[in-house]
Design a protein around this ligand. Structure first.
Ligand code: ATP
Ligand code: MG
Length: 315
């Protein structure tokens, strides 16, 4: 907690208040900041910002954990069913808490539909594949649809109202807005027992705002900052983070591999724990490919997007 900072010289109550106001409520949230950024945010001198960040770092424990302790941590991860047994198997049991899962694919491949389905499923009891938790849904593209979520709930014999009320939705208008919401997500996560945090999509603002080669470095920095904050959330709260990503045609890297790749480049690529790439099959069929996972094999499966949501069978 930020209160710990009080123990250090020079951190006044007024300064603590300013930090809290801007969403810096934990020591961890200060550790990775650039001094100039912190200085501008809370209107202080850069030298003081450097001191605060150094103090925050000194309070962090960077002690290594034993592999046995890590295994215990792994065991604490809990799955949310996707609605498709095939897709759950591909993901090693579903979408897991403690992990950032990326769902990439071209338009209409089912990324948003999968997020809608997960927003319902996470609310189910564990015996039905859920975690009895709430949802925080950040919609960057304006494609969130309560009507569609209600339809999926109804088609599955669930009461739409009961499920919609546990989904907190915010539409974002630019990458700063997105960053602000993510930085300030902790209170909502605690208050509403959030077990699923969705960002649909992570790429749209960055791709629209940072255009051209000259903007590449600032874009990478902004993406990295967002990724770090997401990592902090997923490591400190028992929740699953799901982000959708657009794909781009490959122009660099291997000339032999022309398959579409998720957007945002290297700054983002190694952040998700799991990455799946969706493509269209015939009719309602969709093919999901798991790749780059640190614990699961690269392979593919087929699932369907129907009126009922995500299923193993077409209609
Ligand atoms: N009510 C519905 N009944 C059946 N299928 C639906 C329904 N609503 C959407 N779909 C299916 O989902 C597809 C759209 O998928 P989705 O919105 O998840 O795309 P996306 O991958 O998020 O694309 P984008 O990149 O454009 O956001 C539609 O083309 C249709 O096949
Ligand atoms: Mg979408």
């Amino acid at each position: 907690m930020l209160e710990e900072l009080k123990k250090l010289d020079g951190i006044t109550d007024e300064l603590l208040e300013k930090l809290t106001e801007k969403g810096y409520t934990t020591v961890e949230s200060l550790c990775w900041l650039m001094p100039e950024e912190l200085a501008a945010k809370i209107a202080i001198e850069t030298e003081l910002a450097v001191e605060i960040i150094e103090k925050a770092n000194s309070l962090m424990s960077f002690q290594p954990l034993s592999a046995a302790a890590l295994l215990e941590k792994e065991k604490e991860k809990k799955p949310i069913t996707t609605g498709s047994k095939e897709l759950d198997d591909l993901l090693g049991g579903g979408i897991f808490t403690g992990e950032i899962t990326e769902i990439a694919g071209e338009f209409a491949t089912g990324k948003t539909q999968l997020c809608f389905q997960l927003a319902i499923n996470v609310q189910l009891p564990p015996e039905k594949g859920g975690l009895k938790g709430g949802v925080y849904y950040i919609d960057t593209e304006g494609t969130f649809s309560s009507t569609r979520i209600a339809q999926i709930a109804k088609e599955n014999g669930l009461d739409p109202q009961q499920f919609l009320k546990n989904i907190a939705v915010t539409r974002t208008y630019n990458s700063d807005h997105l960053m602000f919401l993510v930085l300030n997500a902790e209170q909502l996560i605690k208050k509403r027992n959030i077990k699923l945090f969705v960002i649909d999509s992570i790429a749209s603002h960055f791709r629209a705002e940072y255009i051209g080669d000259k903007k590449l470095v600032p874009r990478q920095q902004a993406v990295m900052r967002l990724a770090e904050t997401l990592k902090h959330l997923v490591e400190n709260y028992e929740l699953a983070i799901v982000v959708t990503n657009q794909v781009i045609a490959t122009i660099d890297e291997s000339l032999f591999d022309k398959s579409p790749h998720p957007a945002l480049g290297f700054a983002w690529a190694h952040r998700p724990h799991q990455r799946i790439l969706l493509r269209k099959g015939r009719g309602q069929a969709r093919i999901a490919r798991m790749y780059d996972s640190s614990r699961l094999p690269d392979r593919e499966c087929i699932f369907f997007v129907t009126e009922k949501g995500i299923t193993d069978k077409g209609t």
